[in-house]
Design a protein around this ligand. Structure first.
Ligand code: SAH
Length: 343
């Protein structure tokens, strides 16, 4: 049985072939524009509502829903049809409401300091599973309007390119989200960045750099051995030239590993020619990485060093650390066993 967001428009047309001609569009718009569940579609006859609700159970079954930051951050743990588990995080800010979605169950990239990477890869998420995370967040954000989607949850979006891109297209075309408010984050998969450069929809790209010399990056972000910094810089340059969009660079600040003056110098050399903006994220603790994050004073010093070298940098405020919802902490199974929660 498909979940509602697994259907493409033509499939819905076929399924509702026996109904009046306007029904399919009505249901499609209820799903995407009004973000309703079938049982809430009160404009439909009650029998059809019940049939749809029975035929299309949601793809995401809630295992837990936790809130932090005085209700400004919510994290869901979902169970999927095959028992895989993924997480979604909704964040309210004064000027925007952002959802952070997962694109894979687990991740194959094995970045040392990332809880998802420590847990390994299970499978790609489908287009519908990605879109439904956004739909749930839209509903939960009410009465505010969900404005931003960041593909920074579990998984590597560019390793699941086709499904992620179909989801992006649907969020933009059917659910009214602006392409400029959609951000894909990558560990640096060069072929994916090149594909993105050729797309016409101008989404944002963030590259998780964390080290700007190959020796260190090979260790922190192992995919660097396949796509070293030289190749990555070329692909980023192609993206910036082709799209005219500003590139973001993510840099998790790790005490004594990548937070010194020489690190700032190397980062500036990478970032400046690309005109990239740097986001500094204090490293969040994860079970499999014993190194600690940089102190607030070191993060500030690093930012000042970058600014002095002509690179714009922002220190990201961590959200949801106490519910393991912060960057790099999403690891459904680890969370469960460590905290003893269950579904
Ligand atoms: N695979 C994609 C998207 C998911 S990770 C990517 O790597 O970009 C989202 C961001 O969180 C990345 O920048 C990632 O490097 C960062 N991150 C991972 N673990 C972290 C940790 N423990 N502390 C802070 N940031 C972390």
């Amino acid at each position: 049985m498909p979940a509602p967001y697994e259907l493409v428009r033509e499939e819905l047309d076929q399924l509702l072939a026996g109904e009046p001609a306007y029904r399919s569009r009505q249901v499609w718009e209820s799903l995407h524009l009004r973000v309703q569940r079938p049982e809430e579609m009160t404009e439909l006859p009650e029998s059809l509502r019940a049939t749809l609700a029975a035929a299309f159970p949601p793809a995401l079954r809630e295992v837990s829903c936790q809130s932090a930051d005085e209700g400004q951050t919510t994290k869901w743990l979902w169970s999927l049809h095959d028992g895989s588990r993924v997480e979604t995080v909704l964040m309210h800010y004064p000027d925007r409401v952002t959802v952070c979605v997962s694109t894979q169950a687990g991740c194959a990239m094995a970045c040392q300091f990332c809880a998802t990477g420590q847990a390994g890869f299970q499978r790609h998420l489908s287009e519908g599973e990605i879109v439904e995370q956004v739909a749930v967040a839209m509903r939960a954000a009410r009465p505010r309007r969900l404005s931003n989607v960041v593909f920074m949850g579990m998984g590597e979006p560019l390793a699941n390119y086709d499904r992620v891109w179909s989801a992006v297209t649907r969020l933009h075309g059917e659910m009214g989200l602006s392409a400029r408010h959609l951000t894909l984050s990558t560990v640096g998969l060069v072929p994916g960045i090149r594909r993105l450069a050729a797309e016409t929809l101008p989404v944002n790209l963030a590259v998780s750099l964390h080290a700007a010399n190959d020796r260190l990056r090979d260790v922190l972000v192992p995919i660097n051995r396949r796509y070293p910094l030289g190749l990555l810089a070329e692909a980023c340059d192609e993206y910036v030239k082709a799209t005219g969009r500003r590139l973001s660079i993510e840099w998790a600040m790790i005490h004594d590993v990548n937070d010194q003056g020489n690190d700032a110098g190397e980062l500036a050399q990478f970032a400046r020619p690309l005109g990239a903006h740097v986001n500094l994220i204090p490293l969040n603790p994860t079970p499999g990485y014993a190194v600690v994050g940089s102190s607030a004073a070191r993060v500030r010093r690093f930012r000042d060093q970058l600014e002095a070298l002509g690179v714009n940098a922002t220190v990201r405020v961590t959200r949801g650390a106490d519910i393991d919802a912060a960057c790099g902490q999403l690891a459904a199974s680890v969370t469960l066993s460590r905290k003893g929660r269950g579904g």
